[in-house]
Design a protein around this ligand. Structure first.
Ligand SMILES: C[S@@+](CC[C@H](N)C(=O)[O-])C[C@H]1O[C@@H](n2cnc3c(N)ncnc32)[C@H](O)[C@@H]1O
Length: 213
């Protein structure tokens, strides 16, 4: 087990022949998927050669070399095809750029963007079907999305908060909403006329009311 975050990401990777771990860094995601037999083979790719080297060394140490290939490149640039592509731990806008520049159509994408979730959801709904979009707590809050082929239509609330969270009203989501309310109120105490924060608080409060139903 590398971390609850990594385990959660790997648990959402569908069984596949060929996985691509984009922005792999240490390679924990691809390595976990290989070791658990979720992927038969993994293509590890990173824009940074020293980062990719960490994944290479880990695969060598664990005897996984014959099921792994390594590429230095931007996004999926060096990869021709994978059944499933994971893009985790990058900013939302970087994640969108990688999706836009991907030249093949995998069956699934598993995304764990760190920021700009509204933008990510707005973009992916136009190009993919959102199978899963749920927040998890592991020292911080992390959003995890699984995309399949197709398209989606999201309400404003779903773009802000993720459709699985709103459907399941689970504990980590309730904690997230409460934390965001507390943070926003603190900011508003310092700057009460910050309209963006006033609007954010109204939105969060309306979700909190929904969660209490
Ligand atoms: C914070 S690490 C995330 C590592 C791993 N995916 C995870 O979730 O634990 C981000 C990695 O993405 C790589 N990266 C950043 N932009 C990239 C891009 N456009 N294409 C490929 N890799 C990129 C960085 O070099 C770094 O190794």
């Amino acid at each position: 087990m590398y971390s609850k975050r990594i385990d959660k990401i790997v648990s959402k990777i569908p069984q596949c022949n060929l996985l691509a771990d984009i922005g792999c860094d240490h390679g924990y995601i691809g390595v976990s998927a290989l070791r658990q037999g979720i992927a038969k083979k993994c293509l590890f790719s990173d824009i940074s050669a020293p980062s990719l080297n960490k994944a290479k060394l880990l695969c060598q140490k664990l005897g996984l070399d014959d099921r792994a290939e390594f590429f230095v490149g931007d996004g999926t640039q060096k990869i021709d095809y994978a059944d499933c592509v994971v893009i985790a731990g990058m900013g939302g806008r970087e994640t969108i750029d990688i999706l836009k520049n991907c030249k093949f159509a995998p069956d699934y994408f598993v995304l764990q963007p760190m920021k700009n979730l509204y933008e990510v959801r707005e973009y992916v709904a136009q190009h993919y079907h959102i199978i899963y979009d749920k927040i998890t707590f592991d020292k911080k809050f992390y959003n995890l999305l699984v995309l399949g082929k197709g398209q989606d239509t999201l309400t404003e609330m779903q773009k802000h908060f993720g459709k699985t969270n709103l459907e399941q009203k689970h504990d980590d989501f309730v904690s997230f909403v409460r934390c965001e309310i507390a943070k926003t109120k603190k900011l508003l105490n310092k700057k009460p006329d910050n309209q963006k924060m006033v609007d954010k608080l109204a939105l969060l409060t309306s979700v909190e009311k929904e969660l209490e139903k």
